[in-house]
Structure formats: structure tokens, C-alpha cells
Design a protein around this ligand. Structure first.
Ligand code: PGA
Length: 255
């Protein structure tokens, strides 16, 4: 409806892949292919690869993100990294609430809300992930699940802070499985998320909110998904590890 008010964001989620040397090589391969992109391009990489990614993307249109952050500024949290630390090294983006964090590492709607608050306080842009499990879709409760996730994650976020929030709808059954939501399914949930933002913050906020789709998005299906009125970009796992595939998705988003 108001897609012209939003700039698409294509973000790679590399998950637990690539060493620093491999990071440099993949970014060097991606760089020339996306140099003319008419959308925002982000690569979210493991903590250990952040310095290499920041270095390799210098002077390019590719921005760097982390894949998680802790909610405390500092303290006794062995093995964790704070939003403040990411900010301190110049990382602008962070993924929060990815389903793999929720499923394997105990992230809950409450901790997702705390991490989101901390990231916004640190001045980062958050890619907030939400999405239903297959059983929840089969039970017909997708909208309730996703609305609850978004509502709790944003409960401490003020309207003026929404400019630094991107929401990624990622049906868990579509992540890494090769099963993609149909363009209609993706748009239906993205639209519902936008309607919720309207309820919570007003129409202007809803019109500006970037809502991505993620889950087996690839070079072949990206154009159809990205053509949907409420799909404003993608969060890409597997296909973001192959430079030509990632670049093809960026190109589809630039149209
Ligand atoms: P996928 O992962 O593209 O490999 O399905 C998406 C994600 O987990 O963000």
C-alpha cells in the first residue's frame, strides 16, 4: 500500500559459518555484485568475524550486523557480548530473537524484549525475528503467536525508537528446510504485523515499518516474495553464503 515509504532491507544471516579469512573472501565476492543496490544491504556474522567484516566492508554499501547480544551493559555473564560492546567496535545492526536462539538457547519473549531494549539503548538497529512453529500454523494460531511475540518484544519501545527496528517474519518451518511460505502466506502475516504496529503506534509508524520475510528465500523465489505489498526485504540464511545468490536477491529487492 505505502511501499514507497519504505526502503527494502536485504540482510544475510550467516549463522555459525565462516572464519575471519572466509568472511573477508565472501564479502570481497559480494561487494562488486551489490554495489549498485537500491536497497539496504546487511551481513550479520558471528562475533569472531565482526572485525573482518567491518574491515572488508569499509567504503562499500554493505553494513555489518551481529547475530545476538546480551541485555546487560556488562557484568558476570560468561561467554556473552553486550550491545554496548557491539556499538563500541562500530557494528550498526543486530539480529534479536532468531528462532534458533529461542529454540536452542532458551530465548523467550521476555529476554527478547530485554535484548531489544538494550540494543536500542546502545544505538543499534535491531532486526527482530518472530514466527510460528509448524504445529502452531496447523492449529490456526499463527497470528496470535506472532502478535504476542511482537507485542512483548516492543513493550518498552517508544514510537520514536521504531526507526531503529526492523521486523523479520520467519515461519520456523520454513527456516533452512527448503520449504518457503507462499508469497500470499508471507504477505498475510507481514500485513498482520503492520496492522499491529498501527494499533500500537499509529498509521504513520505502520507505514514506515520495514517488515522482512525470512525462511528459505533464495535467488529463485525472492522476486515473487519481494513483490508483495507488505514484504519489505528479506533475512537470508543459506543463500546469503553464496555471493551470486545473495546478489540476485539484492537485485530483486532493488526493483
Ligand atoms: P534460511 O534461514 O534462509 O536458510 O531458511 C533464514 C534465517 O534463519 O534467517
Amino acid at each position: 500500500m505505502n511501499k514507497e515509504l519504505r526502503k527494502a532491507v536485504i540482510a544475510g544471516n550467516w549463522k555459525m559459518n565462516k572464519t575471519p579469512d572466509e568472511t573477508k573472501a565472501l564479502i570481497e565476492a559480494i561487494k562488486p555484485l551489490v554495489a549498485k543496490a537500491d536497497c539496504d544491504v546487511v551481513v550479520c556474522v558471528p562475533y569472531i568475524d565482526l572485525f573482518a567484516a567491518l574491515e572488508a566492508t569499509k567504503g562499500s554499501n554493505i553494513k555489518v550486523g551481529a547475530e545476538n547480544c546480551h541485555w546487560a551493559e556488562k557484568g558476570a555473564f560468561t561467554g556473552e557480548v553486550s550491545a554496548e560492546m557491539l556499538k563500541a567496535i562500530g557494528v550498526p545492526y543486530v539480529i534479536i530473537g532468531h528462532s534458533e536462539r529461542r529454540t536452542y538457547f532458551g530465548d523467550t519473549d521476555e529476554t527478547v524484549a530485554k535484548r531489544t531494549r538494550a540494543a536500542i539503548d546502545a544505538g543499534l538497529t535491531v532486526i527482530l525475528c518472530v514466527g510460528e512453529y509448524l504445529e502452531q500454523r496447523q492449529l490456526g494460531i499463527t497470528m496470535e503467536v506472532v502478535r504476542t511475540q511482537v507485542k512483548i518484544a516492543l513493550k518498552d519501545i517508544k514510537k520514536e525508537e521504531l526507526d531503529n527496528i526492523i521486523i523479520a517474519y520467519e515461519p520456523v518451518w520454513a527456516i533452512g528446510t527448503g520449504l518457503t511460505a507462499t508469497a500470499e502466506q508471507a504477505n498475510e502475516v507481514n500485513k498482520a504485523i503492520r496492522e499491529l504496529i498501527c494499533e500500537l503506534y499509529g498509521q504513520d509508524a505502520a507505514d514506515k515499518m520495514v517488515v522482512q520475510y525470512g525462511g528459505s528465500m533464495n535467488a529463485g523465489n525472492a522476486a515473487e516474495l519481494l513483490a508483495q505489498p507488505d514484504v519489505d526485504g528479506g533475512l537470508i540464511g543459506g543463500a546469503s553464503l553464496k555471493a551470486p545468490d545473495f546478489a540476485a536477491i539484492v537485485e530483486a529487492a532493488s526493483k
